[in-house]
Design a binder for this molecule. Structure first.
Ligand SMILES: Nc1ncnc2c1ncn2[C@@H]1O[C@H](COP(=O)(O)OP(=O)(O)OP(=O)(O)O)[C@@H](O)[C@H]1O
Ligand SMILES: [Mg+2]
Length: 252
């Protein structure tokens, strides 16, 4: 698969991996967590979402992933507008077109690493594509550890298994909410290297919420949120730029 940068025809518009059109979310009780957010995530790109606590990052991710329903506006995943789907089709889309990576790995303790990685396929009633599973297992560096249980792996290895699981259905997009939040600096860097590699080598689209400017600096584009809006979009940002921008917002 080619990466987005190699698709040399700017006039042929690709179907966005994710698109939000004027998405707002007001929680019961009146908190407006998202305020008319519009954005497009191009396929094969790595997007980071930053912003102070409470700025709406998780809400944005949940709405973009079809886990939560916006109060108004439209969300499309891989060209499918999710607001038009019934609940059955929507959970099917989530299962097959969206991958998730959480801070806490969320592996099933009783299953082997191999079975954890292929679980989304079994849940979807699909036979594993052996070549693809093999490619993923090698990319995430777990080839020798497939028979182990999650508790027999380090945190970084567990997160790499969770990343392989997130990619096993070849989703249009993988979302991560603080995927490196529970890891020490060196392990976090390894996981970020892996995410970067999956974008560059496999053309995977990744959207990652993070508080860490060094993590966001690995993305192609970093969005900065404040009060439910996207207030900045920094291309190929440096950690210093991002740290400065976030500190300024937190002082406002
Ligand atoms: N289920 C909910 N019910 C009511 N209000 C909520 C709910 N979830 C979030 N909020 C509110 O919506 C706003 C945005 O929350 P959100 O969790 O999206 O922020 P965040 O940027 O992810 O913050 P953090 O960095 O702390 O994870 C906050 O004011 C929060 O209190
Ligand atoms: Mg959050």
């Amino acid at each position: 698969m080619r990466t987005a940068a190699e698709h040399g025809h700017p006039q042929t518009r690709q179907v966005p991996a994710v698109a939000l059109e004027q998405v707002s979310k007001t929680y019961p009780g009146g908190v407006r967590a998202l305020d008319e957010v519009s954005l497009t995530v191009e396929p094969g790109t790595f997007l980071a979402v930053m912003g102070p606590s409470g700025s709406g990052k998780s809400t944005l991710m949940h709405c973009a992933a079809g886990l939560d329903t916006p109060t108004s506006g439209n969300v499309s995943i891989g060209g499918t507008e999710i607001g038009r789907l019934n609940e059955t089709r929507r959970s099917e889309l989530r299962r097959e077109r969206v991958g998730f990576v959480f801070q806490s790995y969320n592996l099933v303790p009783s299953l082997s690493i191999a079975d954890n990685i292929t679980l989304p396929l079994r849940l979807a009633g699909k036979a594993p594509d052996r070549d693809w599973v093999q490619t993923l297992v090698e990319r995430v560096g777990l080839a020798g550890r497939l028979a182990r249980r999650p508790a027999e792996l380090s945190g970084g290895q567990q997160q790499r298994a969770a990343i392989a699981r997130a990619l096993v259905t070849k989703p249009a997009v993988v979302f991560g909410d603080e995927p490196t939040g529970a890891l020490d600096l060196r392990t976090a860097r390894e996981v970020l290297d892996l995410l970067r590699d999956l974008v560059d080598a496999l053309g995977q689209t990744v959207v990652m919420v993070t508080h860490d400017p060094a993590a966001a600096a690995r993305a192609d584009l970093a969005l900065v949120m404040a009060d439910g809006r996207v207030v900045d979009a920094l291309e190929k940002p440096t950690a210093t730029e991002l740290a400065h921008r976030i500190t300024t917002l937190e002082m406002e």
